[in-house]
Design a protein around this ligand. Sequence first.
Ligand SMILES: [Zn+2]
Length: 128
Amino acid sequence: MSETQELPETLDYATWARAVREGRLLGQECQDCGHVAGAPKGACAQCGSRDIETVELPTTGEVYTETTVNVPPIQFEDRGYQVALVQLGDARVMARIEGDHVDIGEAATLAGYVDEDEDHPAPVFERA
Ligand SMILES: [Zn+2]
C-alpha cells in the first residue's frame, strides 16, 4: 500500500471516522491470519488475534451483496435506499449506495459519506 500516508498503528473509531470524512477508508489487517476488516475492531473477527495493523483500503471495489432498505429512517424521507457489502481488496465494507442501482458483481466507488447520527459517518458508494 501507499508509503506516503501516515497510518496509526492502532485504528480507533475517531481515526476511522475522520478518514471517511476525508474520502479515505481504513481497515485492519490481522498479522496472524491475514483477515482484513473494514472497520475498527479491538481484535481480529476471524481468529481473535490482537496483532492487527491499520491498512488503507482501496475506494473502488465490487458489490458482493446488496439489498434495498424499504423502511428508511426519517432523514431519508419517503424512498428506500440501497445498502451493499462492497469488496475492497481483501475487506468487505457495508455501505450505502446512492444514485443508480448497483448489482452484485458491478463496480462501486466511494462517493462520500452520510452522518447517520452525530459523529457517525457512514461511507456512501455509487456505481463506478
Ligand atoms: Zn486473524
